[in-house]
Structures are given as C-alpha cells and as structure tokens.
Design a binder for this molecule. Sequence first.
Ligand SMILES: *Cc1c(COP(=O)(O)O)cnc(C)c1O
Length: 225
Amino acid sequence: MKVAENLAAIQANIQKACENANRNEQDITLIGVTKYVTIERANEAVHAGVTHLGENRIEGLLAKKAEINNAVWHFIGSLQSRKVKEMIDEVDFIHSLDRMSLAKEINKRANKVIDCFLQVNVSGEESKHGISPDNVPTFVTELAQFENIRVAGLMTMAPYIEDEGKLRDIFGRLRNLRDEIEAKGWEHAPCHYLSMGMSNDYMLAIEEGATHIRIGSDLVGPYEE
Ligand SMILES: *Cc1c(COP(=O)(O)O)cnc(C)c1O
C-alpha cells in the first residue's frame, strides 16, 4: 500500500472519531511512527503530508533526520540518561520523560527549553515504563526547578488488548490527570497535550481526548516490501 492511501483511511477515521466526540480535527496531531521502516518509506510519508515523525531509537531518528527535511521530530522511545546529549539538539518533543534523573540530564544538556511529555503507566503493567499516576502531581511540581524543561503534556501506552471499556478507562484516566495538572496553571507545565493512541486504538483515544496520536503500522505498513 502507498502511504498516501493509508493516510487517507486514517484521516477518515480521525474525522469519524472527532465527529463522535464533538471535537475539532485541527486539535489532533498525527505522528507518523517510522521506526520499522526505511528512510525512503518515511520520506514517502512526509511527501504524503505527514509533518510529524516519531522514532523510538536515537540512531533511527538521527539517520532519518539527516535525510528528511521539514519534519517535526518526536522521540517516543525509552531514553537512557547517558544518551541524552546525542539527541537533545535534534528533537522537538520527548514523549518519554519518566524519572527525575532523566529530567536532570535533559535540563543539563539542553540549549533551549525542551517540550516533554511525561510518560505515565496508567495500566500498571509491570513491563511498561512510566510514572505511576499517583506520583505525577509531585513529579511535575519538582520539575519546576529545571529551566530547560516544559511539561507539554502526558503520554501513555495502553496495553495491547481489544477490551474497549478497559482502553477507554485508561485513556480517560490520563485525560483526568492532564486536566488536573493543566488546571494548576503552572508556568513550567502548560500540559495541554495528551499523547495516546496507536494503530489499534487511536479512534478510542481521540474520543477520550488525545491530541497526539502515534501511528506506525497502519500508516507505513505493511512492512513486507
Ligand atoms: C511503535 C510505537 C508506536 C506505533 O505503534 P503501531 O502499533 O505500529 O501504530 C506508538 N508509540 C510508541 C511509543 C511506539 O513505540
């Protein structure tokens, strides 16, 4: 499939989900996750009109960024503190801030304010990275000391399940947490955004308030080329 065809189908679904939830399509940012595919395939996505790209590995992001112009880059993978200096000047958003030691390193290495999403482990799965929901307000408070970190929003990965009710519950809990933080009006934490929803659950995520959806397989797959 051409990326443009996949994109058209996704855009129709985004529109449908927005209608269902009485939301404005302009409030949804599609991040094309290109971690599984070649630079050429990622470029095809950009030419089809995908302006935000996401990678979960630093090497992949740097290799693609060197060849692809005019994209906004999102780092969506787990981030080791010792690797921050290699990538910090190359990304527009980090979706995986999940601990104080990492915040400290980002703050130290950054040459400007970095927009970060806090990764929250809403589902409580042990295999998942992320701050536990109860600890998020305190974590955000402590981030005020870092002048180079702005809390742009919250991010979560839902488990890979079919149960719509469970997924809605997870997304809804992240939205409530976002509302709570946003309402504080902290200067370092505008926290307007919600990064949630992947290929298998993005319509539900939009209905529950996602502002950033991260789509890989449905956009740039199938991968056998
Ligand atoms: C791979 C990945 C995605 C995209 O997953 P798909 O199911 O292929 O859409 C989204 N978010 C994160 C953090 C990922 O690692």
